[in-house]
Ligand binder design. Structure first.
Ligand code: SF4
Length: 275
């Protein structure tokens, strides 16, 4: 992935590989509060070394481009669900799925909870300076018992049938489950009662249509997921331990980025041909 550094005017600038904002770099045993988002927690689970290089050493990793089509389905779904939130009526998909007793949850902080960049669900981890955050797509409510239901919107274009068992057993969906488990953990820590079943609202683009003709059709499927948050605490303890470590842990040996960097460094060293 080639990622060129540009300033706010979109002009190319020097890429140093180092973060410039010191508040995003953790100093060993610091007393000031330090935020860790759900995304950084997932990075820790995938490769503790990369997490350490990012949060403690302060390296600035290459980014990925935005997913504007996926963002657009999220944006439009949000509008639909907000209409139902305002009227406190079940969404059309709830009626289709036997969830007549469910409405989108109304709370003054809903927009903050959905803002993953600046707010999100927020909870201090026990008596530490670590503040955990996570921006949700939506939260619904069971009107029979008042419990909250976590929801994540997913957009995809896949010809395979959309069934809960196959969808969630896919190795690439493991991160989706981590996401919901983490949000459930946060909501519980914020004092809310959370329904055992969360939902992925999957919007699957129809790849078998005759042509594009200026529109794409989507199948909308609710995939239920029984979340588990009991494993999260121990991982957060390990993550905090790592933040205070003096040395980066080993790399994930399956990571193509690391393998590529190592090979590039080797080539430059052997050929005396630095970039
Ligand atoms: S293995 Fe991959 S994820 Fe880990 S430090 Fe290397 S580049 Fe980062």
């Amino acid at each position: 992935m080639i990622d060129l550094k540009r300033n706010s005017k979109k002009e190319l600038v020097l890429a140093t590989g180092i973060r410039s904002r010191s508040s995003s770099i953790y100093k060993s045993n610091q007393s000031e509060d330090f935020k860790i988002s759900r995304g950084k927690f997932s990075n820790f689970l995938t490769c503790p070394r990369c997490f350490y290089l990012d949060r403690v050493v302060g390296l600035d990793p290459p980014g990925t481009p935005g997913w504007s089509l996926n963002d657009t389905t999220d944006h439009l779904l949000k509008k639909e669900f907000d209409d139902c939130r305002n009227s406190q009526t079940p969404h059309r998909l709830f009626l289709k799925n036997g969830l007549e007793h469910v409405v989108p949850y109304q709370h003054p902080d809903m927009d903050k909870w959905r803002d993953s960049l600046h707010h999100g669900l927020t909870a201090r981890f026990e008596d530490t300076n670590i503040i955990l955050t996570g921006g949700v797509d939506d939260i619904w409510q069971n009107t029979k018992n008042g419990k909250l239901i976590l929801v994540d919107y997913k957009s995809q274009a896949n010809s395979a049938p959309l069934e809960p068992k196959t969808y969630l057993s896919d190795v690439y969906k493991h991160g989706y489950k981590v996401q919901i488990d983490f949000y459930a953990y946060l909501l519980q820590k914020m004092g809310f009662d959370v329904e055992d079943t969360a939902f992925f609202l999957v919007c699957n683009a129809d790849r078998d249509a005759d042509g594009f003709y200026g529109k794409m059709n989507f199948q909308e499927v609710l995939i239920p997921y029984l979340w588990k948050s009991n494993w999260i605490r121990e991982q957060i303890v390990q993550m905090i331990k790592l933040l205070n470590d003096k040395k980066a842990p080993k790399a994930n040996s399956s990571c193509k980025n690391c393998a590529y960097t190592k090979q590039a460094n080797l080539y430059e060293k052997n050929s005396n041909n630095e970039c």
